[in-house]
Design a protein around this ligand. Structure first.
Ligand code: HEM
Ligand SMILES: N=C(Nc1cccc(CNC[C@@H]2CCCN2)c1)c1cccs1
Length: 355
């Protein structure tokens, strides 16, 4: 592992110095070698950490939102040691990123290694409960909700209970911390013209903050590095609320809007999907919460590819995730191919600390 780490450190530092037109990379590499010899590992400077996190985003093959990779705020929480430190850092992230709706792409980076582990998939997410055969809330949260309840947390049993923060510090049992309500911005869903849509009582949280992926920079692993952007509308309207293994609301939406659903060939699903996604985009825009539609996002991704070509960099990508789940062939992404090479720095899946 040591050799591997030194090679990855060299590669990262050379890329960082080259791309930011810095001089003196040899001296820095020598310094890092010394530190690895003495301590078995090394510490990134704040500039290296910041650029490394942005590179990890730029290298995220499944991300359609990479045009803005240079514009991310990095909170350095590598000094966090206590539960209080972790809670304060996570609350600061939620408040700063939400920014009253004008969402700021943000990442908070905790100590290198697995000293701190965040057990949430996303910092803000809804609970899921099984009650005599039917599910309340988000089916994707069933297991994690049971874990929160085992830790002593009690939800209200509604479709939209916000789960608590759950994290562990190495060698200590996990703790849970309910997020203060005033920190959680949510958007109630309305349709721009169908007034009856309101009676569906649908809403969603404003800021998606992924908390369970491992950030790797220069051979170093940061197991706790929650990051957020803003939503692409289809994530909520075509997946979270529409998948039959998630909130599964398409039938209700169709009925509410008097969309006849006797025959599949009427394309009632597609019609209901469009209206649900219109409601998502309309509601977020009305509440001043950042969101992007999948057509605009695809155009922004094209601009990202142009910018990268100008810098003589190849854009790698995972086509199967880059195409949106609605009208994919209406985006240029669908008609392109991408090399799915995994570069580092990057974000990687990690086994949940509770499995
Ligand atoms: C700024 C607005 C952003 C938008 C609109 C956006 C959009 C998306 C979408 C739609 C997906 C697919 C998610 C899914 O289908 O479940 C995705 C994946 C991803 N995004 Fe972005 N993104 C943004 C910012 C970011 C940022 C700031 C980061 C990290 C610093 C990031 C890293 C990733 C990663 C790692 C994945 C793949 C996740 C996985 O494999 O499960 N994105 N993005
Ligand atoms: N808009 C976002 N969406 C997003 C990005 C990465 C990962 C995810 C969650 N993906 C997992 C879900 C659940 C299975 C398939 N989709 C959402 C962002 C979240 C954090 C930064 S951008």
């Amino acid at each position: 592992m040591e050799i591997e780490r030194e090679q990855q450190a060299i590669a990262f530092l050379k890329q960082f110095y080259k791309e930011t037109s810095r001089v003196g990379v040899s001296e820095r590499i020598e310094e890092v070698f010394q530190e690895i010899n003495v301590k078995g590992s090394y510490t990134l400077t704040l500039d290296e950490l910041t650029y490394g996190a942005k590179l990890a985003w730029r290298n995220s093959n499944r991300c359609i939102g990479r045009l803005f990779w240079e514009r991310m705020h990095v909170f350095d929480a590598r000094g966090a040691r206590t539960k209080g430190d972790v809670i304060e850092a996570l609350k600061r992230h939620i408040m700063y990123a939400t920014n009253e709706g004008k969402i700021i792409p943000t990442i908070t980076i905790f100590p290198e290694g697995d000293v701190v582990r965040i057990w949430n998939h996303q910092l803000i997410r809804y609970a899921g409960y099984e009650k005599n055969g039917s599910v309340i809330g988000d089916p994707a949260s069933l297991e994690f909700t049971r874990l929160c309840e085992a830790l002593g947390w009690k939800g209200n049993g509604t479709d939209f209970d916000v789960l608590p923060l759950v994290f562990s510090i190495k060698g200590q049992p996990p703790v849970y911390y309910p997020i203060p309500e005033e920190l959680v911005k949510e958007v109630r869903l309305h349709h721009p013209t169908y007034k009856s849509f309101n009676d569906l009582g649908l809403k969603w949280y404003a800021v998606p903050i992924i908390a369970d992926m491992r950030l790797e920079i220069g051979g170093l692993s940061f197991f706790a590095a929650p990051f957020n952007g803003w939503y692409m509308g289809t994530e909520i309207g075509a997946r979270n609320l529409a998948d039959d293994f998630r909130y599964n609301r398409l039938e209700q939406v169709a009925d509410q809007l008097n969309i006849e659903r006797k025959k599949e060939s009427s394309l009632w699903r597609d019609e209901a999907l469009v209206e649900l996604n219109r409601a998502v985009l309309h509601s977020f825009q009305r509440d001043g919460v950042s969101i992007v539609d999948h057509h605009t996002a695809a155009k922004q991704f094209q601009q990202f590819m142009k910018n990268e070509a100008k810098q003589q960099r190849e854009v790698t990508g995972d086509w199967t995730w880059l195409i949106p789940p609605m009208s994919p062939a209406q985006t240029s992404i669908f008609h392109q191919t991408f090399h799915n090479e995994i570069k580092s720095p990057n974000f990687f899946y990690e086994d949940a600390p509770y499995q």
